[in-house]
Design a protein around this ligand. Structure first.
Ligand code: ADP
Ligand code: MG
Length: 290
């Protein structure tokens, strides 16, 4: 090959490398993990409609630990359902990893719910007749994970939440805190990068709550994105960022700079005094039953 041809190929390769590098960084800078834009969710559109999410815009980056705090009825669970691709908004958009969720096919959506996101709820939602191990294994069965791998993943997850000695216990033989730890093990068995927790300590005493928060903190330190939904300032004060929601609107979103719980509590109270909560309003209007 002539010297000139060699040089041309050399520079072509160099430039190709430089150009593809620029492409990657641009993509990384441009797409946040979660981008919700101008989202509304209206239940029962029409006369008796409830505006559970009212023009919400929210961006969450990878590896963040965010608390979403608000009173009962403020729209937290509705927002969680959207974030978890469990429900569709009335309007607005949701991009996950830069991809429009509204354009995803059913298969893609269920993949996200199964592999990308670990869900933790207030009521642990365990199956009473199954042992801790059985409960953690169950979703892995649905996902077609072979038996040996399933056992390995389930045991590893239970170990991670400190339940290696409770694997054969059924939910009725465990405390609330232990049951929630089983539920966390179930959520993290397949190492989803995002954890969505809706009032995970809502049914627990303060000691168990501390344990659960400790586990969430460890999962965050391992590099997961944690979204923690709560009405409790004590819980929210453990997150790196606190998003305040009321009447389906985000009215404050800031880094947690070691704000004291008392301060968060006062914020909540002040906001509440300014407005009737969504729940009161809903009850007044329609007499909802939970
Ligand atoms: P939070 O989790 O903060 O307590 P939710 O997101 O559960 O709040 O509820 C927000 C508002 O939407 C409330 O007024 C609630 O009554 C209403 N709501 C929630 N789910 C439904 C539903 N399936 N149908 C009608 N209204 C609903
Ligand atoms: Mg809720």
């Amino acid at each position: 090959m002539s010297f000139v041809a060699e040089r041309i190929i050399y520079y072509y390769n160099e430039w190709y490398y430089v150009i593809s590098f620029i492409d990657i960084t641009e993509e990384e800078i441009m797409s946040e993990l979660i981008e919700i834009s101008d989202m509304c969710k209206i239940y029962n559109p029409g006369e008796n409609e409830v505006r559970a999410l009212d023009h919400i815009s929210l961006t969450i980056g990878e590896k963040e630990f965010v608390a979403i705090i608000g009173q009962s009825g403020s729209g937290k669970s509705t927002l969680m359902n959207m974030l978890g691709c469990l429900d569709v908004p009335t309007s607005g958009s949701y991009h996950l990893h830069g991809k429009d969720v509204a354009e995803m096919l059913d298969d893609e959506l269920s993949d996200i719910r199964n592999k990308e996101i670990g869900f933790i709820f207030q009521g642990f939602n365990l199956i009473p007749s199954l042992t801790a191990l059985g409960n953690v294994e169950l979703p892995l069965i649905y996902r077609g994970v072979p038996r040996a791998k399933r056992l390995e993943l389930a045991k590893e997850a239970l170990k991670k939440v400190g339940l290696e000695n409770r694997m054969t216990h059924k939910p009725s033989e465990m405390s609330g805190g232990q049951q929630q730890r089983v539920a966390i093990a179930r959520a993290i068995a397949q190492a989803p990068p995002i954890i969505l927790a809706d009032e995970p300590t809502g049914n627990l005493d303060s000691h168990s709550s501390e344990e659960i928060l400790g586990i969430l903190k460890n999962l965050h330190e391992e590099g997961r994105t944690i979204i923690l939904i709560t009405h409790d300032p004590t819980i929210a004060s453990k997150a790196e960022r606190i998003v305040h929601i009321m009447d389906g609107k985000i009215y404050k979103d800031e880094r947690n700079t070691g704000e004291s719980e008392q301060q968060i509590r006062e914020e909540l109270k002040a906001a509440q005094e300014n407005q009737v909560t969504a729940e009161d309003r809903t009850e007044e209007q329609h007499g909802w039953e939970e």
